[in-house]
Design a protein around this ligand. Sequence first.
Ligand SMILES: [Zn+2]
Length: 254
Amino acid sequence: MPLLPLPALADNYIWTLSDAGPRAIVVDPGEAAPVLAAAERGLQPAAVLLTHHHPDHIGGTGGLRARWPDLPVFAPHDDRITIDCDRVGDGDTIETGGWRFEVIAVPGHTRTHVAYFGHGVVFSGDTLFSLGCGRLFEGTPAQMVSSLDRLAALPANTQVCCGHEYTVANAAFARVVDPDNQALAERSESAGALRRSGQPTVPSTLGQELATNPFLRVDSDAVRTAIAGRLGRQPHDRTETFAELRQWKDGFTA
Ligand SMILES: [Zn+2]
């Protein structure tokens, strides 16, 4: 199934997953214009999936409904998402058109954030990024670690479709944390080359993230050693490793 990110706003991606024809699932339309433009080229939205309530992920939904009044919209239980939609929660299965997705609750970035897994793809919103993870606006480090653990347990060949083009900046941080990781060095170089030629660096695969994303590698010697260096002692547990890593990234400028 063709999987295509539509650039939106400053650095968001609206993901589209097409069937054999023009119909496509649209994920996190932060604005309507890129989807309307894709529709001019033939794309027919079949349903919208929303991962979390932030405006840069849902802001275009009303505009799509205005154009396609019967368009199904699926969203987590959150009063801050006010559009008329089907509410979904952890463990639910969405069946719409020919698509089927499992809903995975992944609190941390926000308290009601969900991910959608199906057709070999996970739409991870602002929870798991290429070489990074979302900031903790509403959740605790322990929640985010357990959310990332759930995504990390998906098949390694799962394509990771995240909400922003952050790979190059994330790579700069990851290489400070994990300087001897050759796979990371290679991903960092290829991401830079892709951006210089105007191409998206995503999707990645979960296998790539497990090998290179420090936020999925809190149990690795490399990340534990880097965190121990900052704490001046061994971290007590993986949650503390993650919390310190997230805080380090929050204050990091390349
Ligand atoms: Zn967000």
